[in-house]
Write a protein that binds this ligand. Structure first.
Ligand SMILES: *Cc1c(COP(=O)(O)O)cnc(C)c1O
Length: 397
């Protein structure tokens, strides 16, 4: 059994704050400081340029990729780290479209994160081959999978509502008509039991600063299935994805295997924090994380629904159909969230009216949920949010 009281002690959690926003930015793992100090002083400080070989920096993107692979059901040496998620979406989509040259439609849904859709729009313009991005409602995706579709590009768990797509079923349907799939795991990796191999996914991408707690701007990851890895041409053909970067050839030839999805120099200092964050995942099983997160989510839903009838649940109740966050709709959601933050419950707001609360058992327990419910009830029933100072919008909501 995973010991969540032990994992909770491995995070720096600000006193007086119940942090329900690990779905946006995970908290600081206590081990990150020592690990970063080590990399700064013993590696960069002592080794300087020789650190690339002596400290193994050059292989860090695949070494850490293998740690992520275990959390998302991917085989060894099929996940590599680098860049940010938006870039990984672009890479996956460009490669996937080339693998389906006769088709022009990219199918996605309105529950996808805008950056994924924007990257697709930008790529379509650059390619100039008449591709079309078709965006349907999440519940209409299955019916919209037709034989013009080249690529089905979806985020498994909706960032607003926490609704979870059926990855296995939608991938099977896409394959049945000859389309490829790209799954964005931004709200899945470290949150739910993902199994890319079982689902037979073609490409997957994700970030590590949300549920994986790698720190603000932590590097992203990309997965390419074994059957595609040596055929997928990298659109971002940087030197570290070359088969022999230090031959300094004038012409690009992709590396074999997942290394071809590398682009440029990897962020070694950011990897230090991420490495420390991933140590915590060695102590738990994803099945336990998932079961406990659903239990905490159920407890929160029951508590809020019993006391706050002005809040409407936006997240599916069915365990199969939801991720690790719970969202409620409220007309004055922005102001209400600012008031909650001032009262020590930190979630976030997504336009137009969604209040999001993340439940990650690594550092949230039953007592936190009970206390959060009591504070939400106090703020909502007393309309404590109804104050001009909670209306002021910051850049980041
Ligand atoms: C968080 C998130 C992103 C953010 O992309 P970055 O390039 O890391 O800023 C993209 N897609 C989805 C689905 C997300 O949830």
């Amino acid at each position: 059994m995973s010991d969540f009281s032990a994992t909770k002690k491995m995070f720096s959690l600000p006193a007086g704050m119940i942090y329900l926003d690990g779905n946006s930015l995970g908290p600081l793992p206590l081990g990150a400081q020592a690990k970063m100090d080590h990399v700064l002083h013993n590696e960069w400080g002592e080794m300087v340029i020789t650190g690339w070989n002596r400290a193994g920096w050059i292989d860090a993107p695949t070494r850490i990729g293998n740690r992520i692979a275990k959390l998302i059901g991917a085989p060894e040496n099929h996940v590599v780290m680098g860049d940010t998620l938006s870039l990984k979406v672009y890479q996956a989509l460009a490669s996937a479209l080339e693998l389906r040259p006769g088709r022009r439609v990219i199918l996605s849904d309105s529950g996808n994160f805008p950056s994924d859709l924007y990257m697709a729009q930008g790529l379509i313009n650059s390619l100039g081959k008449g591709h079309e991005l078709k965006v349907v409602k999440p519940e209409e995706v299955e019916a919209a999978i037709s034989n013009e579709v080249a690529v089905l590009m979806l985020t498994e768990i909706d960032y607003r509502t926490g609704r979870r797509h059926d990855m296995d079923a939608l991938t099977a349907k896409a394959h049945s008509i000859g389309a490829l799939t790209i799954w964005d795991l931004a709200h899945s990796a470290g949150a739910v039991d993902v199994d890319l191999s079982r689902a037979n996914a073609d490409f997957a991408v994700g970030c590590t600063y949300k549920y994986l707690n790698g720190g603000p701007g932590a590097p992203a990851f990309i997965y390419v299935a074994p059957e595609h890895i040596d055929h997928a041409r990298p659109a971002l053909s940087g030197w570290l994805g070359h088969t022999a970067p230090f031959a300094f050839d004038l012409d690009y030839r992709p590396a074999s295997g997942i290394d071809r999805m590398r682009v440029g120099t990897p962020p070694i200092l950011a990897f230090a924090a991420l490495d420390a964050a991933l140590d915590i995942w060695d102590m738990v099983s994803m099945a336990d994380v998932r079961a406990k997160s659903l239990e905490l989510g159920d407890r929160f839903i029951a508590g809020i629904e019993a006391q706050c009838d002005m809040l409407t649940l936006a997240t599916p109740r069915d365990h199969e159909k939801r991720g690790s966050q719970v969202s409620f709709r409220f007309e004055h959601g922005y102001a209400a969230m600012q008031a909650l933050i001032e009262h020590g419950v930190v979630g976030d707001f997504r336009a137009p009216d969604i209040m999001r609360f993340g439940f990650t058992p690594l550092f949230i327990d039953e007592d936190d949920v009970n206390e959060a419910v009591a504070i939400v009830a106090e703020v909502m029933r007393g309309a404590l949010w109804d104050n001009p100072r909670f209306q002021k919008r910051s850049k980041v909501t």
